[in-house]
Design a protein around this ligand. Sequence first.
Ligand code: PLP
Ligand code: TYF
Length: 393
Amino acid sequence: MLANLKPQDPDKILMLIEEFKADTRQGKIDLGVGVYKDPQGVTPVMRAVKAAEQRIWDEQTTKAYTGLAGTPEYRAAMAEMVLKDVPADRLASVASVGGTGAIRQGLELARLANPDVTVHVSDPTWPNHLSIMKFMGLPFTQYRYFDNETRGVDFDGMKADIAKAGKGDIVLLHGCCHNPTGANLSMDQWTEVAEILEKSGAVPLIDLAYQGFGDGLQEDAAATRMLASRLPEVLIAASCSKNFGIYRERTGILMALGTDTAARDLAQGSMAFLNRQNFSFPPDHGARVVETILTDAELRADWAAELEEVRNTMLGLRTQLAGELRDLSGSDRFDFIANHRGMFSRLGATPEQVEALKADAAIYMVGDSRLNIAGLNKDTVPVLARAIVDAGI
Ligand code: PLP
Ligand code: TYF
């Protein structure tokens, strides 16, 4: 049986990790996988996470099963963090296996509700969106998103394309900090997106993996909150991997907002059912850490402060890199780096230029010229800027 298996395409982002490890050159720079690194190159355990884990260790008396949907306390805390004003009469939610698990279950839910669903997803998008939909055999199409000339959003193209989504289709949107481009919509543009979806009856599935990494915890959730309050139906797949730094704990949540309590209850039952089919109970440790932090004023304030440091570190690196490139290139064509938000910016370089950066300067980024800003520090920014200009980008 096993001999019949076919080799699967590897994840190109994850492959870079191995390639980088194997490179023996001094001064190599890793701008590949989207993991936050501090200026010393360490992905730290956040202070509040350590404190919450200590508290859980001290106080937890059982590790018996929770519930198929996870604990109500975790789901309530997350709903408050993401939505602020929680419409309890409309909201169904389940804890998930990371943000990826929430995306997968959200797509499964959409297909359960509408077997003819088509998913509309940005071009480009996080490669796992495409690979999950292909694996599920879910029909999908890509809407225009990135303008390679301006390195901003091709908003006219995006509007024209998402208007083609029909009633009951899914439009997958990055709630903030678009991966891989770093280019994002303004609030006015988000309002236009809401109007288009209002007209068509297509349902947004908002992938919120970077709340707190862009303009701030509240600001990064603003588009999600607006869509949730305006549209009758909204799906949200939120991840705690980045903003709590608990990548390996696999912590996320799928939320579904319906029109009334009957729709909410149907969604709740179906989402718990989907958890049961796929893995039964969702992982608890990361969820318990998040719940502990969000429900304790002191821990929450400390977590928010550390997250703010992380965000500001990345913003500082963006400003520095854009400035260095302005000086070295004698032009403002790299200013988009300062305007982008989140961990990533797409440089707009060719695959050959990306290869040249790797071969000549030991600088690793994803083949589509996505760089992880958090892989830099004050000393490596000038090295990268010089290499970009030398590569003729
Ligand atoms: N969505 C996007 C766009 C991401 O970049 C990530 C990051 O890894 C995720 C979702 C989900 O992350 P995780 O499954 O690790 O929570
Ligand atoms: O885009 C990234 O780099 C992050 C991390 O299969 C990641 O979202 C990358 C690939 C993958 C899972 C997570």
